[in-house]
Ligand binder design. Structure first.
Ligand code: UD1
Ligand code: CA
Length: 446
């Protein structure tokens, strides 16, 4: 395979997003669009990546990190051809270059590999990745000559009615022989409806000096989808979501209604889990086998062991770790806490900054009071403790091994092991109180 450097064009403003944020940083399934392109390039074994930044350059660099990439600055966004011109002087030596757009999150590494193999095998000066659509929309059209060779790319805005009817479109991904590219890139001019240097004009320039240009036709049209506005952002997110759900189902996870399930790419779920409707699992999560999750559950940056039961209506926030066989039931919120195996938080509780041992039962309505308005404090509940209903645990506090907290207690001091703690007003019954208040209720038996 020919040695290759990737250039990702990410300098555009993305006017059609109608946003202050650079387009390539808009997120699909909680990941910036350009990050998907970077990941696909990396997985296609291309090490050197140059990212062309311009609009919101600092923001883009900050989001992606300075390390690991070569950045080129396109100060004025004068078009995709102009963007590539800015990259050329800073590229490391390599005899070929893959150019991609930062707004195509659905590309897969497999397809990029195939494009690269086709480019290498056919010894072309340029291979364009194309696909065929029923309606080419705003994509550039691939114009072929009488011998069916690629002759030019015509942008939709500049195309004739005849050209607009062409189904084969430009994905915006190209492989170039570096020497051939260098020979023509300075010939681009902004003589078109937009007054921009179109990268797509490179094709006719290469043909004009007798270079070989061909196309690798991607069979899955979804993959090449470029995101230009918020509706397309939604469409791309939907495809990513469905891909993830399908992969999980095929790996042994049951989904009762995958149409309402949102699981980030960074989530791992083991086989034999059941996911009910309206489940959101975000960030880096690992979920063991045999868990039953939902309906209506949100889990974010958490780890679950095997056979956990979560929901309905449960929110597991970042830093939550549930060991095997834990139950977190209805209207329960757990944050940055570790819950030991077999422990249960079945209903209406808030558990934050807590370390809960094994075999613990947390009664309905228990609250860890972990915040005094300034600082957060932790709660420790040791193995086999029993927390009665409607308990407040004012942190920092520890409930010892096998101890019981009486229902309705507000616990402000540590409870030693094997003890009962009661911390509430003692009950007093006042006989005849009702009658004294209202004579209609006078007790006739007397
Ligand atoms: C481009 C192609 C079109 C193709 C489509 C595929 C051109 C002229 N047109 O159109 O043929 O079908 O992609 O999705 O190339 N960018 C810069 N600097 C600029 C302008 C753009 O870095 O000055 C970057 C953008 O950030 C974006 C990418 O280039 O990531 C593509 O730009 P965009 O304006 O979206 O091009 P399209 O109109 O979609
Ligand atoms: Ca685009």
């Amino acid at each position: 395979m020919r040695q290759m450097t990737a250039v990702i064009l990410a300098a555009g403003q993305g006017t059609r997003m109608k946003s202050n944020k650079p387009k390539v940083l808009h997120e699909a399934m909680h990941k910036p669009l350009v990050q998907y392109v970077i990941t696909a390039v990396h997985h296609a074994d291309i090490e050197d990546i140059c990212i062309v930044v311009g609009h919101g350059a600092d923001e883009v660099k900050k989001a992606l990190g300075e390390e690991g990439y070569i950045y080129a600055l396109q100060e004025q966004q004068l078009g995709t051809g102009h963007a590539l011109m800015q990259a050329m002087p800073v590229l490391p030596p390599s005899d070929s270059i893959m150019v991609l757009c930062g707004d195509t999150p659905l590309l897969t590494d497999t397809t990029l590999q195939q494009l690269r193999e086709y480019f290498t095998a056919t010894e072309a000066a340029c291979t364009i990745m194309t696909t065929v659509l029923p309606d080419g929309g705003n994509y550039g059209r691939i114009v072929r000559d009488a011998n069916d060779e690629v002759a030019a790319i015509v942008e939709a805005r500049d195309a004739s009615a005849e050209e607009l009817a062409i189904g084969e479109i430009n994905s915006g991904v190209y492989c170039f022989d570096r020497e051939a590219l260098t020979m023509v890139i300075d010939k681009l001019t902004p003589n078109n409806s937009q007054g921009e240097y179109y990268l797509t004009d490179i094709i006719s320039e290469l043909r004009a000096i007798g270079k070989k240009v061909n196309a690798y036709v991607c069979q899955d049209a979804d993959e090449i989808m470029g995101v230009n506005d918020r509706y397309q952002l939604f469409q791309a997110s939907e495809i990513l979501r469905k891909r993830k759900n399908m992969a999980l189902m095929l790996s042994g996870v049951t989904m009762v209604d995958p149409n309402t399930v949102y699981i980030d790419d960074t989530v791992e779920i083991s086989p034999d889990c059941i996911i009910e409707p309206q489940v959101y699992i975000e960030g880096v999560c690992r979920i063991g086998s045999g868990c039953h999750i939902g309906p209506s559950v949100k889990i974010s940056n958490s780890v679950l062991g095997d056979n956990c039961e979560v929901g309905p209506f449960c929110y597991l926030r970042p830093g939550t770790v549930l060991a095997n066989g834990v139950k977190a039931g209805h209207f329960v919120e757990i944050k940055k806490s570790h819950v030991g195996s077999g422990s249960k938080v079945p209903h209406l509780s808030y558990i934050g900054d807590a370390e809960i041992g094994e075999g613990v039962n947390i009664g309905c309505g228990t609250i860890t009071c972990n915040y005094d308005g300034k600082n957060k404090y932790s709660t420790t509940i040791e193995d086999e403790a029993f927390i009665g209903c409607n308990t407040n645990l004012v942190a920092p506090v520890t409930v010892g091994h096998r101890s019981t907290i009486a229902a309705g207690s507000t616990i402000t001091e540590d409870v030693p092991e094997d003890s009962l703690a009661i911390a509430r007003g003692r009950q007093r019954n006042i006989k005849g109180w009702t009658e004294a208040k209202d004579p209609r209720y006078k007790n006739n038996d007397e």
